[in-house]
Structure formats: structure tokens, C-alpha cells
Design a protein around this ligand. Structure first.
Ligand code: V47
Ligand code: SF4
Length: 388
């Protein structure tokens, strides 16, 4: 069903008005966002979201070649949804880990002969987390591999580091930028609605602080992403409020690249009694996000969390980015019961996954410059070893 078909159909007037807005590239209101979540048909949502996706990006589906470093899983905070917080947050616990600087540099060096373009550094908030220490760490990483894009530290880590170092967010972010940090990941946003935040992660940075840190990062010249943890105790109005606060900040700074809805997974945490939402709800959430977040250039599905097949489906519901060929060093999601327990995918697998749903796989750098168009590249079939 195309948007033109919808406009000429006998669908309820309120949905026709929203379709008209999408067709005319007009913004929808918060009330309309809630209405879409509550009442819209999945096919309708898919048609609108796909219309926007194709207007912005055609069939292009971006991915990048990145790897993760999680320096520690020890964390001073106690987010109820986090699989670190219950099991692993104290030093000395069986599964607690802390990487020293040399281990981090060795990890960077281990990718020497690989075509990765980005390292994503994020982890628990260690009580000793020092701003200058991490600034120096980034500087040394850049010495080892100057071209590597360093996407590091959620607003939660940054708020803690700046508070401990007794500097303003601007001073802290400027210091990190001067030492080589290129951008911020989108984590720690969760749900901005204060009542929900109080229930699920009351002791870490609050919503205003999260938004202020991203605003300041944009002002000092570091772009960032934004996430939304959905599918737990939040209401549809809370999701729309979350997206609206981001849309408002984006109007002001234009510094966000990508919006990443993250599906709540209920393994090994203090909210495990809460069930997970269905794949249909995932698709609806991506679609409404694409329709509502009109000023966000990109919508990303983080495939290790939702799995490869759902990630493929999302490409028809507004998504135009499926993150990267991540190696298996990220544990926060697999520990929470994410779909992919060992989240690595080769370029070939990722390209084929995109092509299977008739989309165009394009490798990008961290700020969406095209590195390589894979749509015409045919990988050789895997070699079958002769039996001895
Ligand atoms: O903020 C923690 C989430 C986030 C669970 O910017 C959980 O490119 C679901 O932000 N179920 C961190 N989610 C990860 C993140 C991210 C990931 C990929 C790419 C980018 C990017 C950013 O992980 C946390 C939290 O919302 N998380 N526990 C859980 N049980
Ligand atoms: Fe710590 Fe982040 Fe887990 Fe919260 S989500 S407990 S801040 S590691």
C-alpha cells in the first residue's frame, strides 16, 4: 500500500490527515504520535515509515565496520534493567572485569590488519572513572591508529566523570575532544519521563542532564546518537514524550545522527518479571519513530539486540542503518538475553542479509560518508573443503 493509496482510501479521517502530513513532509504532533501507537494498523504504519525512509535514503541500508571495547562492567549505579547491575557490579565479584590500559591498547592493535573504521568504547561506571585518565587513553588510542573514529562514553559516564573532576560538561567534553574523541554513542537515555526513570534507573544522570550533555557535545563539535529503551513499564505517551524531547533538541543543534530504539530484554536483571514485547510491537515502534522523528537523518536497528531476522524486517518499517559488523566483545546485551549471544557478523553475511530483502548495502563511516557500495559486489560461494 502506498501513501497515495492511503490518501484515496476510505480510512478514518484522523489517519488520512496524518498520511497527508507525511506526504507533504509536515511534522506530526505528540497526540498524533500516541494515536499511531494506540490505534494504527501495522500495514499503514509500514507504508508511511517506508515512504519517509525511501524519500530520505532510497533503498540504501548503511552499516559500518566497528568493534566494541567495554573497559569494565563494574558500575556504581543500579539500573533495574541492567544485567550488569545485579550480577556484576562490585569489584571482586566472580564475573567482574576491569581492563587495564595495556589490555585496551592490545585490543586496538589486534585490529591492525582489519578494515574497521570505528571503536565504540562504553561500559559500567567504575568508581574511579577519571576524566583525565580517559582523555589520555583516547590520545594513546589515536597514536596507535590515527584514523580510527572514537565513539565513546554515554552521557551517564560523562556526567559522572565531569562531576568527579569538578569541571563543567563543556570543559570535560572539550578536553575529551582535544584528546581525540570524535563522537558520543546514544546510550543512557532510557526513557526521559521522570516517573519511569525514578522506577528503573533513579540513581544515574537525569533526563535534563542527558539532554544537556548531548547539547553541549553538539556545541563543541561532537555529533551523537540517541537511544530509547522501550517495552518495559513505559506508556506510549512516555515513548512519544521521549522522542519529542529529542526532536526539540535536534531542532536546536542538528547534532544527532541516528535514533536507535532499543528493545528491553528481560534476562538476568531486576525487572526479569516483566515480559518482552512482540516483534510486531518492535516494528510498530520503529515505524512510529521514523514518522515522528522527522529531523533525525537516520534510524538504526541494533541487530545484536533484536536478532538478524527482525533487523531484516525493520528495513521495511523505516530503518536505514543496521549498525556494524561488531565483534563479540560487547556483553551488556547478551547478558540481558539479547537475540545474538555472540554478536559478530562478517561483511559478507551482513551484505547478504540486506540484499535478501532487496535493499542496497552500503558501508559508511561513523558520520555517514559512503565508504563502499556493496550492491553490485557478489561474494564467491563459500569454498567446500574436499573430504579426506
Ligand atoms: O543505555 C541495558 C541498554 C544501552 C538492557 O550509539 C538494555 O551507536 C535492553 O546505547 N535490554 C547501551 N537494552 C547501548 C547503546 C548503544 C548500542 C548500540 C549502538 C549505539 C550507538 C548505542 O543498552 C543502555 C541501555 O538502554 N540496555 N540493559 C536490557 N536489559
Ligand atoms: Fe551501570 Fe549502565 Fe548498567 Fe546502568 S545501564 S547499571 S549505568 S552499566
Amino acid at each position: 500500500m502506498t501513501v497515495e493509496n492511503i490518501l484515496h482510501s476510505n480510512i478514518a479521517e484522523e489517519f488520512k490527515q496524518i498520511a497527508k502530513k507525511v506526504y507533504n513532509e509536515e511534522r506530526i504532533t505528540e497526540e498524533e504520535g500516541v494515536l499511531l501507537f494506540e490505534k494504527a494498523d501495522l500495514n499503514y504504519l509500514g507504508s508511511l515509515a517506508n515512504h519517509i525512509r525511501e524519500r530520505k535514503h532510497g533503498s540504501t541500508t548503511y552499516f559500518n565496520k566497528n568493534f566494541h571495547i567495554e573497559p569494565t562492567n563494574i558500575c556504581v549505579f543500579d539500573c533495574k534493567f541492567c544485567a550488569y547491575s545485579k550480577l556484576l557490579r562490585k569489584k571482586g565479584d566472580d564475573d567482574a572485569w576491569e581492563m587495564d590500559e595495556e589490555q585496551i591498547y592490545d585490543k586496538i592493535r589486534s585490529y591492525e590488519n582489519q578494515e574497521v573504521t570505528e571503536v565504540h568504547i562504553v561500559g559500567g561506571v567504575h568508581p574511579k572513572m577519571g576524566l583525565q585518565h580517559f582523555a589520555d587513553l583516547i590520545k594513546n588510542i589515536k597514536k596507535i591508529r590515527p584514523s580510527l573514529h572514537v565513539k565513546a562514553f554515554t552521557a551517564v559516564e560523562l556526567e559522572y566523570m565531569c562531576r568527579k573532576a569538578k569541571v563543567s560538561y563543556r570543559e570535560g567534553l572539550q578536553l575529551l575532544k582535544d584528546h581525540g574523541q570524535d563522537s558520543l554513542p546514544g546510550g543512557g537515555a532510557e526513557i526521559f519521563a521522570e516517573a519511569v526513570r525514578e522506577e528503573i534507573c533513579k540513581d544515574k544522570c537525569n533526563s535534563d542532564q542527558w539532554l544537556e550533555i548531548h547539547e553541549t557535545a553538539h556545541e563543541v563539535g561532537m555529533p551523537s546518537n540517541a537511544t530509547m529503551l522501550y517495552g518495559h513499564i513505559e506508556s506510549y505517551a512516555d515513548r512519544v514524550d521521549h522522542m519529542n524531547r529529542l526532536r526539540t533538541l535536534q531542532d536546536k543543534t542538528g547534532g544527532f545522527n541516528t535514533f536507535i530504539p532499543l528493545k528491553y530484554r528481560n534476562g538476568n536483571n531486576q525487572m526479569s518479571h516483566i515480559g518482552e514485547v512482540s516483534v510486531l510491537e518492535d516494528l510498530r515502534t520503529y515505524a512510529v519513530a521514523r514518522i515522528f522523528m522527522d529531523n533525525f537523518p537516520h534510524l538504526k536497528a541494533y541487530w545484536p539486540m533484536i536478532g538478524r531476522q527482525t533487523a531484516q524486517l525493520t528495513l521495511n518499517y523505516g530503518v536505514n542503518d543496521i549498525d556494524g559488523t561488531i565483534d563479540d566483545s560487547t556483553k551488556i546485551y547478551s547478558m540481558a538475553g539479547a537475540e545474538e549471544q555472540s554478536p559478530n557478523m562478517t561483511t559478507e553475511e551482513l551484505v547478504n542479509l540486506v540484499k535478501q530483502v532487496n535493499r542496497k548495502p552500503v558501508e559508511r563511516d561513523s558520520v555517514y560518508n559512503v565508504i563502499k557500495d556493496y550492491s553490485e559486489i557478489v561474494f564467491k560461494p563459500a569454498k567446500v573443503e574436499a573430504e579426506a
